[in-house]
Each structure stands twice: as C-alpha cells, then as structure tokens.
Design a protein around this ligand. Structure first.
Ligand code: ATP
Length: 251
C-alpha cells in the first residue's frame, strides 16, 4: 500500500480571470507534518478549499488515500480546523461537549441520538487536547487557546488519519501556542496522524514541521524543513519578494 495520503498534481485555480494557483503539485505522506506557508493572498486557503472539495477542481488532479477527489467520500478520515475556529463570541449557546459532539454528527447522521460509545469518544477527544473537566462549560466563555483546543478535539473525534489546521495560532498567547505544538507532536507520534498546518509563523513552522510547502500562486518550495532552513533567504526572495526576518516570540 502506498504511504501517500494526499497527492496534488498540477492544480491550477482561477477566480474569474484571476489565476491564484498555478500548476501546484505536492504530496503528503503517512505520518508527515507539513507546514504550508506563503504571504497574504498567496492561495493557501484556496488550495485547502480545493483539496477539501469546497471549491471545484478546475485543473489538475487531487487524490486522497489513492482515490480521486470526485470519488472520495471518506471525509471523516480528514479533520479540519478552520481559521475562524477560535473566534466564538461569548453568547454562543453550546457547551464544549456539544461542540465536540458535532464532529461525530457527520459520521452518525443528524438524527441518530449519540449512544454511550459516542459520548465516550467525545470525552476521550476532549481529554486528548487537555480540556477534561471543561465538558459542561460554554464555548464562548473560554479563552482563544482553549477554544482552539476544543476545535481540535472536534476534528479528532471521528478518529481522522489527517488533520488540517488553517492558521490555528493566530490570536492565542505564547503558552497556548507552545501547548498547541506539543499536542500536534503527540498526535503525530502516538496516533500517526498526518498534519497540514497553514501558518504565517515561519520560525516556528520550520522547526516543528517535517516538511514545508511555500506557496505564492506557484509552489516555490516543497521539501524537507531542514532544506527549507538552509536555503530560506533564496526561497523567500522568490515567493515573498523579499527576505523575511523572523521575529521570535520573545521579541
Ligand atoms: N471567492 C473569491 N473570489 C475572488 N477572489 C478571491 C476569492 N477568494 C480569494 N480570492 C483571491 O484569491 C487570492 C488568494 O486568496 P487566498 O485566500 O487563497 O489566499 P491566502 O494565502 O489564504 O491568504 P491569507 O494568508 O491572507 O489568508 C487573493 O488575491 C484573494 O483576494
């Protein structure tokens, strides 16, 4: 069996006449943690939407676990945490337990009531992200970092093989961010979950991820994180148009 989880081949995408992705090819392997970086408006979200089937595939091919996107229907194998996940307002009327349970609804169907097994699974996912004890709390009353962990639990509850996270550390404090990277590492090492992490934090991503894809309409780099580090100025000059100086968290 091939260990390629996701295979993107020659994908291009336009909004009207504006071409925002051009001939993008990349692979994600089982157990790989990949960072997807690129300046604002470089097509990162568009690429995610295309591979998740939220936008039509205009040009090129995408396969998940060896199956072409148009035939792929095992979406519970892919957990997705969107950019806006940690911005629930304080009035949002759902508990941590209910939010995480939503991650199982797709699998169960909307009208089946959750049984003992499903409830246990929800508790387990909440415990995995270190939020045990918060099950009955209102999601809107938690901090950004805590909300983020709850949304990761929601993505984990269907026991996915892949986790895709779109800029999850935006708006969370440094301590939550450190916990977040520890959690990803644990999920990757213990559960063999493959990860795609979209981030603007080039410094963190090149030390925490195994591989890096650097996008700006075209893919300017796709390879090992160590190689990215070695030739970073060159890649950034090509993809960002200038050398980005990395700010460390304590600055
Ligand atoms: N629905 C849309 N219709 C038209 N243009 C769009 C649409 N969505 C995005 N774009 C444009 O496509 C380009 C790529 O956008 P995209 O959101 O994929 O980039 P991004 O790398 O995710 O950006 P950011 O880092 O700011 O989130 C941008 O120029 C954006 O303005």
């Amino acid at each position: 069996m091939s260990d390629i989880v996701l295979d993107v081949q020659h994908v291009s995408h336009r909004y009207g006449s504006k071409r925002v992705l051009e001939d993008v090819s990349l692979q994600l392997h089982r157990g790989e943690m990949m960072g997807l970086v690129g300046p604002n408006g470089s097509g990162k979200s568009t690429l995610l939407k295309v591979i998740l089937g939220a936008l039509p595939l205009q040009e090129g091919n995408v396969t998940w676990f060896g199956k072409p996107l148009r035939k792929f229907d095992e979406w519970s194998r892919i957990g997705y945490v969107s950019q806006k996940a940690n911005s629930f307002n304080t009035g949002f009327p759902a508990t941590v337990f209910e939010v995480v349970m939503m991650g199982l609804t797709a699998k169960m169907g909307l009208f089946r009531r959750p049984g003992k097994k499903e409830k246990e699974r929800v508790r387990e996912a909440i415990a995995t992200v270190g939020m045990g004890g918060f099950e009955g709390r209102n999601i809107g009353r938690l901090s950004g970092g805590q909300q983020q962990r709850v949304f990761i639990a929601r993505a984990l509850v269907s026991d996915p093989d892949v986790l895709i996270l779109d800029e999850p550390t935006v708006g969370v404090d440094a301590q939550s961010e450190a916990h977040f990277y520890d959690l990803l590492k644990r999920l990757n090492e213990e559960n063999r979950i493959s990860i795609i992490l979209v981030s603007h934090d080039l410094g963190a991503i090149s030390t925490k991820m195994h591989s890096i894809s650097c996008l700006n309409r075209k893919l300017h780099f796709h390879g090992r994180a160590e190689e990215f580090e070695r030739i970073r100025p060159e890649i950034l000059l090509k993809s960002y148009g200038y050398d980005v100086h990395v700010l460390h968290h304590n600055h």
